[in-house]
Design a protein around this ligand. Structure first.
Ligand code: HOZ
Length: 439
């Protein structure tokens, strides 16, 4: 893995270049979230003027088919008319009340209708808040302190979870972070994704100490890595055997791999679930929920404290409601699956034709492409990918108007706005990009 200093871009982006120079004086790395800085792929980030359906338009007027979709939330595409109309209707009535509002009930009911394992829910403001809070709850409920997480899984940036993490920290080669006191991670145990033995060993070593096992049921933060068939049922059994809670971090996979999340797709009942992204339709949101007996530990019903000024605010709730209604409207999901299949078939054929070894996968509306002959089943196999080659592929795609995540270790996201034409253009661009990699 290498981190490349910004280089001259192939693109005509003078305004973005000027803005980046200015932003670097004001914001660390010129960005507000590290992976956006393009450090792993060279070049520099684009400054975005607007989003329209499947497209992003930068401040220099260049258009790109977008496969980041704000890192997942925009499953209906940018500025979807129903989401915009709902927000326009809600906005004049205020942005935040710091008091209950009807939209909280509506979104809670909608989420639970699709994820029946969630019997009660608490809305928060980000995925990081959701995972941090859900683990406090798991510890409170079980009276135990240790948690298990997997190498290459990313659950936001709470101290206790910045251990062997994926996403930006994996991209930048910083799987652990300075500033995290050793005491806060002493109870964080790590296992290998898709390796039940590695989990069983931890339970054997600490049979009465593990409060919860948290995972991305389909990992979207080390590229896209799906669970092997026996993995999730095996985790359910192990956690049950040892009295630990199974926590699905579906911040990314919720309403993305299936309208009912990975828990519905794989028919597994976690005790607790963390959500974010899609349920806020592009506004800041997170949530955690699950078994009623556990959720009743949350204050003010129970003693586990967690609070938030903007939690459940009417705008985020409104965007989430409109987004979930849109993605579950007749035919919408099926069409996204179809487009996803078309994209994967096209990428596979193009790579094969050029003799470029890749390993690709798709689960619902998330996809990944590793420059790696595969199989990719865990962080060790993911990190064997040719990241230099990914960087060249990324730059070629960008220059051809396709905006991918600027890291080998992030997933791609489809939306309902990606039509046949966008997919075809993407596959044609990829064919040219793969051809250029042979030089
Ligand atoms: N954690 C997200 C990527 N897996 C967020 C990245 C960003 O917003 O820059």
């Amino acid at each position: 893995m290498s981190s490349t200093e910004p280089t001259t871009s192939l693109l005509n982006i003078p305004t973005s270049q000027a803005m980046f120079a200015q932003a670097r004086e004001l914001l660390p790395g010129g960005v507000n979230s590290p992976v956006r800085a393009f450090r792993a792929v060279g070049g520099q980030p684009l400054f975005i003027e607007r989003g329209e359906g499947a497209y992003l338009v930068d401040v220099d007027g260049n258009r790109y088919v977008d496969y980041i979709m704000s890192w997942g939330p925009l499953i209906l595409g940018h500025a979807h008319p129903d989401v915009v109309a709902a927000l326009q209707e809600a906005l004049p009535r205020g942005t935040s009340y710091g008091a209950p509002c009807p939209q909280e009930i509506e979104l809670a009911e909608l989420v639970m209708a699709h994820m029946p394992n969630i019997e009660m829910i608490r809305f928060v403001n980000s995925g990081t808040e959701a995972t941090m809070s859900v683990l406090r709850l798991a510890r409170a409920f079980t009276g135990r302190n240790k948690i298990i997480k997997f190498e290459g899984n990313y659950h936001g940036h709470a101290d206790m979870l910045l251990v062997q993490a994926g996403s930006g920290v994996a991209t930048l080669g910083l799987p652990d972070s300075p500033g995290v006191p050793a005491a806060t991670v002493v109870d964080t145990l790590t296992a290998r994704y898709n390796d039940l033995e590695s989990v069983a060993r931890l339970f054997e070593e600490f049979p009465n100490d593990i409060a919860a096992l948290i995972l991305e049921p389909v990992v979207g933060n080390m590229g896209l890595v799906a669970p092997l068939p026996e993995f999730l049922p095996g985790l359910r059994q192990l956690t049950k055997n040892y009295g630990a809670l199974l926590v699905f971090d579906e911040v990314m996979t919720g309403f993305r791999v299936h309208p009912g999340g990975a828990q519905t797709l794989f028919d597994i009942t976690p005790d607790l679930t963390a959500l974010g992204k899609v349920i806020g339709g592009g506004l800041p949101v997170g949530a955690y929920g699950g078994r009623r007996d556990i959720m009743e530990m949350v204050a003010p019903v129970g003693p586990m404290y967690q609070a938030g000024t903007l939690s459940g605010n009417p705008l985020a709730m409104t965007a989430g409601i409109a987004t979930i209604r849109g993605l579950t409207a007749p035919g919408v999901w099926e069409q996204m699956e179809e487009r996803g299949e078309q994209l994967m078939r096209g990428l596979h054929a193009a790579a094969e034709e050029q003799g470029i070894p890749v390993s690709h996968s798709r689960v619902g509306t998330m996809f990944g492409l590793f420059f790696n002959g595969g199989p990719v089943i865990d962080w060790s196999s993911a990190k064997r990918s040719d990241t230099q080659r990914f960087g060249r592929y990324f730059q070629s795609m960008l220059a051809q108007g396709v905006y991918l995540a600027p890291s080998q270790f992030e997933a791609g996201f489809l939306s309902a706005a990606h039509g046949h034409a966008e997919i075809e253009a993407t596959v044609n661009a990829a064919a040219r990009a793969f051809a250029s990699l042979k030089d």
